[in-house]
Design a protein around this ligand. Structure first.
Ligand SMILES: Nc1nc2c(c(=O)[nH]1)N[C@H]1C(S)=C(S)[C@@H](COP(=O)(O)OP(=O)(O)OC[C@H]3O[C@@H](n4cnc5c(=O)[nH]c(N)nc54)[C@H](O)[C@@H]3O)O[C@H]1N2
Ligand SMILES: Nc1nc2c(c(=O)[nH]1)N[C@H]1C(S)=C(S)[C@@H](COP(=O)(O)OP(=O)(O)OC[C@H]3O[C@@H](n4cnc5c(=O)[nH]c(N)nc54)[C@H](O)[C@@H]3O)O[C@H]1N2
Ligand SMILES: [Mo]
Length: 769
């Protein structure tokens, strides 16, 4: 295999942003990437098995698949295909690789370079004082880890981080192990992602999940797509929205950026998508100022209340409000106080634009609101989503077909992991069920989430970090603080498929434990195994890897967790870890007795397509303390940067999967061959005395007075609202202060960082364009 070059960032080219997404170029790009990673045969085998009833679940996102009979032969998208083939790569990281590259050298490599080295093949250890990883047997590695865990003064000195790649069976075992060990320290990527959605939905509807199905999406009259870039991050959602449009539904997109996928979609697997102009997605696009969504929904709510005043009994669903909700009067009183001047300042929209949306709402029987990181990663993420719930409840758009809440999840099984108990604050009813099933008393005190875990490592309260999937130091905020915190651990261990930055930030001792990926065949003592996942719409189904594993030395996540648990806990409490490892069906039997909605799990999941978990909201049952859905009062702020500063959002390019860039391009936004770019409104550029392609440092300004700096970004003029800017994650995580979090959910405010752009004079003028 040729050496992988680090492409660097020297050749930025900028073209106009695209106004449509996908189409044939998308598929071509995916296949091109795959063939760069592996053989034609393996590429074909991978693509033919994605999202097929007997194949594996695409790890690319959590958007659901149609029912088995309605599935396309190629039920995947460009980015899902790239993601899977990044895992199916033929490149390998061997013991020799670690001999050649000291950790201090790896720490200087880019995220791209590290990932491109290929699949991890055998367990390695970095011993105290060493600058190299070296091979270690599984037994010794797990023994070492178990010894460190047992040596802790308190189980709460251990952290068990997971990312939503983990399947249900492994997730269930991990939380079981952590709780039997004695801690609820189960931070996860959800803390950084949809935690605000969970918090708002739990409080108002009694369940922290979305309520709609794919059929509801197809049947809706009006869908809001808010704070989401589906063309890149959930491309299969565009096929669903296309169906909505064909059924006569409308779409309103709310976003600071005119994202290509919100405008027009060309279905790559249908003739009209290949030769036609494609489908217009957004009937109306609201170019909102960052953080303005709470004000927008409050204004829509005011308009609904006023319309009801003008024609009583015709606008609000009083039957729903009176029977199923509480808090309406208080909410209404507050909503009526909203001042239009504040709404217009916060949203940057005109009153006419908002009134046009209002008319669409009045004309729609069935309304759905979809959202993602553009809502959750703001200081007011939780109140914003609560206001969305108010909006839907006013016209009874909750708990009936074609209507409801749709937080669009990111990682393919992030929702399932939560269902399985990966949460630092699982409800007592779940802990009681664990106790009944396994005969030990789980700790009741809440554990640490991701942000609090960093604080605990920084302050010396947490000493062992175990990461199952994910890339903790790149996913989390305040990179310098986080890396230093992680470096203070006695032991860091990562169960991973591929090399990433977190492996280069080591505790005194560090382990990399390589594991099977979603596409790898998994054979245990009891024969070939499958795992299960739950998508964004609560559909649970099986996933079977089909490829030969990347190396004979890999263990599955289930096997690693079972063996580690056994080594750490022995037979106390008596949990049949060995049996779990040999036959995952025995884990599912336990899940069926512990987790609500999983009765008869093994039988039901064996059916093609699996089954859908019941959501009480769809029967208009609201498991809140009052038994009713809750209207809330929420206050918005006009988010504004101080003079000479901008509000920066950190987002994904088209060619990355979370912390891992696959290439240096962001095709739809017209950015090529570079990632260190900052997108700024033309008028702001003038006001700041900058011109396109100037080199600047991004410096974040926060109340703690600490200077956080991301050096060397190129300025690109872009149609983002005045006063705002955008740049890619994870390069910009260094700018997000650890303490800058959303109220209630503790999610970092990755979409709202106050920065100034500091010109880099001395380095200017040396790059090619
Ligand atoms: N190919 C690919 N697919 C992915 C991922 C990936 O990295 N690559 N990641 C997965 C994961 S874990 C997740 S969580 C999802 C993420 O999916 P998205 O949430 O779509 O991801 P982001 O790139 O963070 O985009 C946030 C969007 O919100 C907009 N936005 C920012 N601030 C605001 C605001 O204040 N108001 C409004 N209305 N909009 C705003 C941005 O302009 C952008 O369009 O995607 C999943 N799927
Ligand atoms: N500034 C900023 N920060 C953000 C965000 C943002 O928008 N802006 N988004 C946040 C969001 S939404 C999320 S979800 C987090 C994502 O945070 P994470 O989930 O922690 O990060 P990933 O990049 O998905 O993790 C990639 C690594 O997972 C490992 N991996 C992949 N597949 C498997 C598998 O099957 N098994 C195992 N064991 N390992 C596997 C590989 O080693 C790979 O290197 O980042 C968050 N951070
Ligand atoms: Mo996410």
């Amino acid at each position: 295999m040729n050496a992988i070059e680090d492409p660097g960032d020297e050749c930025l080219a900028v073209t106009p942003p695209k106004t449509w997404a996908t189409g044939v170029p998308g598929v071509a790009h995916a296949i091109q990437y795959s063939l760069g990673q592996t053989s034609v045969r393996r590429t074909a085998l991978t693509l033919l098995n994605i999202n097929q009833a007997k194949g594996f679940d695409c790890p690319g996102c959590a958007w659901p698949e149609p029912a088995p009979g309605q599935r396309h032969r190629n039920e995947y998208c460009e980015n899902g295909a790239k993601h899977v083939n990044d895992e199916a790569t033929s490149r390998r990281v061997t013991a020799d690789f670690f001999r050649r590259h000291p950790i201090s050298e790896l720490a200087g490599k880019s995220d791209y370079w590290l990932n491109q080295q290929g699949r991890l093949t055998e367990p390695v250890v970095k011993r105290p004082g060493s600058d190299h990883y070296e091979p270690i047997g599984w037994d010794e590695a797990l023994g070492l880890l178990a010894d460190e865990l047992r040596a802790l003064e308190s189980p709460d000195e251990a952290l068990f981080y997971t990312s939503g790649r983990l399947n249900n069976e492994a997730a269930f075992l991990l939380q079981l192990f952590a709780r039997a060990f004695g801690t609820n320290n189960l931070p996860d990527c959800s803390n950084l992602c949809h935690e605000s959605s969970g918090a708002a939905l739990n409080e108002t509807l009694g369940i922290g999940k979305g309520s709609v199905s794919l059929q509801d999406i197809h049947d809706a009259d009006l869908i809001f797509v808010v704070g989401q870039n589906p063309g890149t991050n959930h491309p299969r959602m565009l096929s669903s929205l296309e169906e909505t449009k064909r059924n006569g539904g409308q779409v309103v997109a709310v976003n600071p950026l005119p994202e290509a996928g919100l405008m027009r979609f060309k279905h790559p697997q249908k003739p009209r998508g290949v030769i036609g102009r494609g489908t217009v997605i957004a009937d109306q696009f609201l170019q909102i100022r960052p953080g303005g969504d709470l004000a927008l929904f409050q204004a829509l709510n005011l308009l609904l209340l006023q319309a009801e005043d003008a024609a009583p009994g015709t606008v609000l669903d009083r039957g729903f409000i009176d029977t199923y909700t509480t808090g309406f009067d208080d909410f209404a009183e507050h909503a009526r106080e909203v001042a239009w001047s504040d709404v217009l300042a916060a949203t940057g929209l005109t009153r006419e634009e908002i009134e046009r949306v209002h008319q669409r709402v009045l004309n729609s029987e069935k309304v759905i609101v979809c959202w993602a990181m553009g809502l959750t990663q703001h200081k007011h993420g939780v109140p914003t989503i609560r206001e969305v719930v108010n909006f839907l409840m006013l016209r009874g758009n909750i708990g009936r077909p074609g209507a409801g809440v749709c937080p669009v999840r990111g990682h393919s099984n992030v929702q399932g992991d939560r269902t399985m108990g990966i949460w630092e604050r699982m409800p007592q009813s779940f802990l009681d069920a664990l106790e009944r099933e396994f005969g030990f008393t789980p700790p009741a005190e809440h554990g640490l989430d991701s942000v609090d875990s960093i604080r605990a490592m920084r302050d010396g309260h947490a000493k062992v970090f175990i990461g199952v999937a994910g890339n903790f130091v790149r996913a989390t905020p305040d990179s310098d603080v986080t890396e230093e915190a992680m470096g203070r651990c006695r032991l860091t261990a990562h169960i991973s498929t591929k090399l990433n930055r977190s492996h280069t930030v080591c505790g005194e001792t560090a382990l990399i434990l390589p594991t099977l990926g979603r596409s790898d065949r998994d054979v245990q003592a009891g024969g070939e195994q499958f795992v299960t996942v739950e998508d964004s719409m609560s559909e649970v189904h099986a996933s079977r890897g089909r490829l030969a594993p990347a190396s004979p030395h890999l263990l599955s996540e289930v096997a690693i967790i079972s063996r580690l648990a056994r080594r750490t806990l022995g037979d106390e409490p008596p949990i049949p870890w060995e049996e779990f490892e040999g036959d995952y069906g025995t884990i599912r039997d336990r899940i069926s007795r512990v987790v609500a909605g999983f009765d008869d799990f093994n039988t039901r999941v064996a059916r093609p397509g699996g089954f859908r978990l019941p959501n009480p909201v769809n029967e208009r049952r609201f498991p809140t303390p009052s038994g009713k859905a809750v209207f809330t009062r929420n206050d918005f702020e006009v988010v504004r940067a101080p003079e000479g500063h901008l509000i920066l959002q950190t987002l994904r390019s088209h060619d990355q999967w979370n912390t891992i860039p696959y290439a240096m391009n962001d095709r739809y936004r017209g950015i090529h061959h570079a990632r260190r770019v900052v997108l700024v409104n033309t008028e702001d550029l003038q006001a700041l005395g900058l011109k396109e392609r100037d080199e600047v440092d991004l410096v974040s300004v926060w109340r703690d007075g600490v200077e956080r700096r991301a050096p060397g970004f190129r300025v690109v003029a872009y149609p983002t609202p005045r006063g705002s800017a955008a740049a890619y994650y994870p390069e910009t995580n260094v700018l997000v202060p650890l303490d800058s979090v959303a109220d209630i959910s503790n999610t970092p405010t990755s979409k709202s960082v106050v920065v100034r752009l500091e010109p880099v004079q001395e380095r200017a003028g040396t790059w090619a364009g």
